[in-house]
Design a protein around this ligand. Sequence first.
Ligand SMILES: NC(=O)c1ccc[n+]([C@@H]2O[C@H](COP(=O)([O-])OP(=O)(O)OC[C@H]3O[C@@H](n4cnc5c(N)ncnc54)[C@H](OP(=O)(O)O)[C@@H]3O)[C@@H](O)[C@H]2O)c1
Length: 335
Amino acid sequence: MPTHTMRAVRLHEHGGPEVLRLDEVPIPEPGPGEVLVRVHAVGVNPPDWYLRGGLTSVPGTDSTISLPVIPGTDVSGVVEAVAADVDGLAVGDEVFGLLRFPGFDGSAYAEYVAAPASDLARKPAGIDHVHAAGAPMAGLTAWQYLIEVGHDHPSPFQEARHRPTALGAGTTVLINGAAGGVGHFAVQLAKWKGARVIAVASGAHAAFLSDLGADRFIDYTKSRPEELVQDVDLVLDTVGGPHSSRLLRTLKHGGALFPVFPGEYDDEETAKLGVTVSIAQVRSNGAQLAELGRLLDAGTVRVAIDSTFPLAHARAAHERATRGHLQGKIVLTVA
Ligand SMILES: NC(=O)c1ccc[n+]([C@@H]2O[C@H](COP(=O)([O-])OP(=O)(O)OC[C@H]3O[C@@H](n4cnc5c(N)ncnc54)[C@H](OP(=O)(O)O)[C@@H]3O)[C@@H](O)[C@H]2O)c1
């Protein structure tokens, strides 16, 4: 049984990686619909450093943050206690999940977390906690963009409902930022669906992306994808930013661009090219994670680990993220 306190990383103020502080805090009580998870590993994601830096609300939610707060959304661990109203999970079960997202109350950077049972899936037996913790947010983002949205919540970014493009033999997908957390899952899910994949990343990731099944690799430090590629069915752009509209030119008439990170697109230009732009927001979904888990268990999809750090060194994990060029996921080890 746990003692009454645990170690957790908290923010007492917003700022750089140095504001991540290891504290001794009470172990949370699972509320209705929740289980208490003894955390073995925590996946690190961009919202963790957005929160650290001072963002206090997620578009489309009412959640506001008061400090101190425990950051983090992605966990893998073992069920330690179960609320009376939870069916289907028992003490000792190995689980992984994206907790309470969108929202900033995942509280995953800790030895224990109270987790909504509906956000969890059974950890695939064939992978360890470190790899499982790397999957939830990035894997569900790729899943909800490419395979199935899986929820009825309107996106805070657009009125129209996001609709994945049907992928199969004969479709070509260009993935920008292909080596990162979302990108490396997207490459593998598009290949699983039978699509041809063009991966765009910096040159150091060429062999990695070829191993994951990419059919073609473009090093964006040497060439511009929009000058080399045309007639693509779908672009998934995890990079976005001010120059993102250039990738519209790689699409065929009727094609779609899915920005994972918002970019700047001109309605007139998209209309002229006959293409669409659609952005979604990832949401916690234990049932979809279970589907992804089956692919992870079978080895159809794998989680690449960029680096691991002990929970107490969360600052170093965030410093690694700041340097960029991630290949897969950063994970904190706990137990
Ligand atoms: N809409 C949503 O719900 C949602 C969900 C999850 C994530 N996101 C957002 O999506 C973005 C990506 O998340 P992530 O977790 O995948 O990040 P990540 O793991 O940091 O990956 C980003 C990748 O982009 C590559 N990159 C950087 N500049 C590039 C460029 N100019 N061209 C091509 N590749 C470039 C980086 O490596 P190299 O430069 O070495 O290739 C890195 O591998 C974040 O901004 C995040 O906030 C949105």
